[in-house]
Design a protein around this ligand. Structure first.
Ligand code: ADP
Ligand code: MG
Length: 615
């Protein structure tokens, strides 16, 4: 038997694991129990309850119950403004725009919370297998960017799982059906889950899938079906009891459960009976819900998903005739109306043989099995979903790796400076398809330092983007004339550094943040010292080019900077250095030949971004 690598579907609503056995792949649930772990966590007495046992607390203790954590993974605080409106728990902003969830006086990163879910999934799998597992393949939506993929990997690591590969959910689903072994063509994967819908068009070429288009709605899913049913139930109850309060947590909980159970019954029978009981309100009602009623309620929602399918086809330049296979994924595709409409839309039957809630985990398990050296000889490659590049002069976006490049991949490009004597360059890494970086997503930045002073345009800086098989990005820079390679580290703005993850595993997260602060403080103090030296060295010139008032202002600000350097707030120190930068600008202009002043400009103003050369 090959090494065990779990396939894990880490879902917004539900998560589960699968593994390939001698007889084939299967999801892992204890005998007589569901393999599904609801992606919900409840905090109680400094402990997490995860999965099924946390579920009821969603309504009874919403501020202590975390769900939909996947929506926050790898995202910056300002990117989740919309999500925050939908989520009842407290979400706060930490350093570097990191998002944290706050419960009472404790804060948790999305990575730590997802890790709790993964731990539960892992533990459940280990109970079934009777042995420990250490490795996994985890799936993510096709539209996840690098920061989101990295965050998912980090969650795995925190949970004690080596993530040997991250693969796209639609690709996993196609693999589960063995479509990679079929002749080249196009596959549409329709995924309707609890709270999200997405459709992906995959292109199969020589056993390799490429995602050529994705489209969807991040706020459309089975929960909306439940809400519609629940509303109807409420109206029916109010007909007899117009003044009954049905909006408190308990009533909502009861109604949601009843609605979901009705929905699930209607997937396999034309009528569902319900019995709603809230003794505290002396409420006891019985009734029937028909498929026709239910379909009337969800019709428009289903039509909306088909519009996304139309859009995805349009984006990929295809028509339904070009699609060879259709795969249904996600618990909500069990709804017969959904199946019928998708079949009519694409004009062919969909693959439904594997339970749609299992299919992604099973595909991930097959991928894991192959990576462990199991049989079925094909190579799985994926593509990067959005172009990657850097900011160049005037806030423009220069692509280095274009969208849909098959990974792993590496690409290099030459850049130069546009300011004389520039000894350091800020490199801002972006992802997106727009022309200006303000419309793209910033993934991180770093500074290439130690370039010897040269005229603008002379430095030759080679930037290399390396993307590994998991879609994780590393950027390195080299100044060719001096042969100087700068020691650089790319910190994704919305992810965690390796250092920080290690701290979480060993110790507390707060500790890592302190260390990060200290490191920044040291860097800023070093810069300050160099800047002060520069000012002293050119003070003679200052007396000729600056008014007495200006000189006094510089001296006073130097004192302020020094005071701030004694304190522990790197950002405050940086702000005061910026002010000093403004005050010394005219001195720096006069002393243009001084490399130190160029550095002052570079570190305390926004460094002018590098310019692309015509190489
Ligand atoms: P996600 O990918 O978002 O984690 P899932 O694929 O697990 O979500 O789908 C969860 C949704 O599927 C829930 O809304 C659930 O009510 C719904 N669902 C599960 N089984 C059925 C069924 N038999 N009929 C209709 N809906 C179902
Ligand atoms: Mg899913």
């Amino acid at each position: 038997m090959t090494e065990k690598i779990l396939g894990i579907d880490l879902g917004t609503t539900n998560s589960l694991a699968a593994l390939v056995f001698e007889e084939g792949p299967e999801v892992l649930g204890a005998p007589g129990q569901s393999p599904i772990v609801p992606s919900v966590l409840h905090r109680h007495r400094q402990q997490w309850a995860v999965g099924q046992e946390a579920l009821p607390h969603r309504t009874t203790q919403p501020e202590k119950t975390i769900y939909s954590i996947k929506r926050l993974m790898g995202r910056g605080f300002d990117e989740i403004a919309e999500e925050r409106n939908h989520l009842p728990y407290s979400i706060v902003e930490a350093q570097r725009q990191l998002v944290k969830v706050q419960i009472e006086d404790q804060e948790f990163t999305p990575q730590e919370l997802s890790a709790e879910i993964l731990r539960k999934v892992k533990h459940q799998a280990e109970m079934v297998l009777g042995e420990q597992v250490y490795k996994s393949v985890i799936t993510v939506p096709a539209y996840f960017d690098d920061a989101q993929r990295q965050a998912t990997r980090d969650a795995g690591r925190i949970a004690g799982l080596e993530v040997v590969r991250i693969i796209n959910e639609p690709t996993a689903a196609a693999i589960a059906y063995g479509l990679d072994e079929k002749r080249d063509g196009y596959v549409a994967v329709y995924d309707l889950g609890g709270g999200t819908f997405d459709v992906s068009i995959l292109k199969l070429t020589g056993k390799v899938f490429k995602v050529i288009a994705t489209c969807g709605n991040t706020h459309l899913g089975g929960d909306d079906f439940d809400r519609a049913v629940s509303q109807t139930l409420k109206s029916q109850i109010w007909q007899d009891r117009p003044n009954l309060d049905l909006n408190d947590a308990m009533a909502q909980q009861v109604l949601k459960q009843a609605a979901e159970s009705i929905k699930i019954q209607l997937s396999s029978s034309p009528e569902a009976e319900y019995h709603i009981e809230i003794p505290e309100k002396s409420l006891s009602v019985q009734g029937k819900f028909t498929v026709a009623e239910f379909e009337g309620l969800i019709k428009n929602l289903v039509e909306a998903t088909l519009e996304s399918c139309q859009q995805a086809l349009k984006d990929s330049g295809l028509t339904t005739q070009d699609i060879d296979e259709v795969v249904l994924v996600g618990g909500s595709t069990t709804v017969p109306l959904v199946r019928r409409r998708v079949e009519v839309f694409f004009g062919r039957p969909s693959h439904v043989a594997i339970d749609p809630y299992k299919v992604v985990a099973i595909g991930a398990a097959i991928q894991g099995h192959l990576l462990a050296g199991g049989r079925r000889d094909f190579l799985l490659l994926d593509v990067i979903p959005l172009s990657l590049g850097i900011e160049t002069l005037g806030g423009t976006f220069s692509k280095i790796v274009t969208q849909n490049t098959t990974i792993p991949t590496e690409a290099s490009e030459m850049f130069t400076t546009h300011v004389d004597e520039q000894t350091s360059i800020d490199i801002n890494i972006y992802q997106g398809e727009r022309e200006l970086v303000k419309d793209c997503r910033c993934l991180g930045n770093f500074k290439l330092r130690g370039i010897p002073p040269m005229k603008a345009g002379l430095p030759l800086m080679e930037l290399t983007f390396h993307i590994d098989a998991n879609g994780i990005l590393t950027v390195s820079a080299l100044e060719k004339r001096s042969g100087q390679t700068a020691e650089i580290e790319v910190i994704p703005f919305h992810g965690l550094t390796n250092y920080e993850i290690d701290q979480i595993m060993e110790d507390s997260f707060e500790h890592a943040i302190d260390d990060f602060n200290d490191r920044q403080l040291i860097e800023f103090r070093n810069t300050m010292e160099r800047v002060f030296r520069g000012i002293e060295e050119s003070w003679e010139m200052a007396q000729t080019v600056l008014t007495t008032k200006q000189q006094e202002a510089i001296r006073a600000q130097m004192q302020v900077v020094e005071n701030y350097a004694q304190q522990k707030d790197p950002q405050a120190l940086k702000e005061q250095m910026d002010i000093l930068g403004d005050l010394t600008r005219s001195l720096a202009d006069a002393a243009i030949s001084s490399a130190v002043f160029t550095e002052l400009k570079n570190t305390t103003e926004n460094t002018p971004p590098p310019t692309e050369t015509s190489t």
